[in-house]
Ligand binder design. Structure first.
Ligand code: GDP
Length: 327
């Protein structure tokens, strides 16, 4: 029997946000600050999510009622291509411990954040939830994708076998404050913001974009996704999987132009074709979440400006501390 039923409010509820220091986790924490929830968090030093015994013990002691399972090992196309074993191992361990722990400790509802790379590369666009497991995956990110597919399947299996109210969601490419700006391991928006910024400040004539600029990506501001996760937690969800997208995508070349404008870089945009394009397109069909009433609120240009402001703030802070570029 499929689990459903709505949660009336967060007020007085014990809510666990895993990965609360990451980009989405901290957006979730900001969003829930005024919700009246008792927010439970466990930093990495306190709880290793890959440790099954520790996770179970922590859940038994802290008794979360609602769980946003956001914590995961994440990274861009390069990180995924070079560290596949880490992505597979960490994510399988973490989500198995959290999802099974949620079942065993009687969590009322769990929302699991998966990824748009779980869909086949040849999926019909826009991609509906039904496209899951219908075709081959992008080889650059296959290990990570398989780990997230296992998490989605866990939510489905626990719903079927135990009646658990566990729901998985799929976001498009996320961006916004708190992003990882690592030169190689970042996602597209953060990577481009950094290189456009560095090109501008070095007085360079060119700013380099990976791939040939023809793939398309759908973007979502992290504050929009946090609001959507809250929405999904409260809504009477009847499906085990929801796409949560803004509904349109941009060509990488268009995104590069937009980012150059936001950063104020006036030189030329060039393409490094030795870097992978990855999947050509992965626009989500988000009609199921729209039918529940959720809509994105952040405009792309304004959203990119908030991301750039965050980059500048952190970049300056780090430079002042003379710390190595480690973000
Ligand atoms: P993906 O959506 O899972 O493939 O992840 P990314 O956020 O890493 O986006 C990758 C797409 O953006 C590919 O088409 C890349 O070729 C392109 N891209 C262009 N410049 C960059 C960059 O600086 N960093 C990253 N990660 N991707 C870039």
């Amino acid at each position: 029997m499929a689990a459903e039923g709505s949660i009336n409010s967060f007020s007085g509820r014990r809510v666990w946000v895993t990965g609360h220091r990451g980009m989405l986790g901290s957006a979730m924490m900001r969003n829930l600050e005024t919700s009246g929830a008792t927010l439970l968090v466990a930093g990495r030093a306190e709880l290793d999510l890959t440790d099954a015994v520790a996770v179970r013990r922590w859940m038994e002691e802290n008794r979360p009622e609602l769980v946003f399972h956001i914590g995961a090992k994440v990274g861009g196309i390069h990180a995924n291509a070079t560290l596949p074993a880490d992505f597979l191992y960490d994510n399988l361990m973490i989500q198995t411990n959290v999802i099974d722990g949620a079942h065993r400790t009687g969590v009322e509802k769990l929302v699991f954040v998966a990824s748009n790379c779980t869909y086949p590369t040849n999926a019909e666009q826009p991609i509906t939830e039904e496209a899951m497991l219908t075709g081959p995956l992008d080889t650059n990110i296959r290990a990570y994708a398989v780990s997230k597919i296992a998490g989605i399947e866990m939510c489905r299996a626990y719903r079927t076998q135990h009646g658990s109210n566990f729901v998985a969601i799929i976001p498009p490419n996320l961006y916004g404050p708190g992003d990882n700006y690592h030169p190689q391991h970042s996602h597209v928006v953060a990577g481009m913001l950094r290189r456009a910024h560095e090109a501008k400040h070095a007085g360079a004539r060119e700013f380099t974009v990976w791939g040939d600029g023809t793939p398309r990506r759908e973007l979502l501001h992290v504050d929009d996704l946090a609001a959507a996760l809250k929405y999904v937690m409260l809504a009477p969800t009847t499906h085990e999987l929801y796409n949560i997208g803004c509904g349109h995508d941009l060509q990488i070349s268009e995104l590069a132009t937009l980012i150059a404008e936001v950063v104020g870089f006036e030189g030329e945009i060039v393409y490094d074709r030795s870097k992978p394009n990855g999947t050509m397109r992965k626009l989500l069909d988000s009609s199921k979440i729209r039918a529940l009433g959720w809509l994105p609120a952040v405009d792309e240009r304004a959203g990119l400006a908030t991301a750039y402001a965050d980059f500048q703030r952190r970049h300056t802070a780090l430079a002042q501390e003379q710390a190595p570029h480690r973000f």
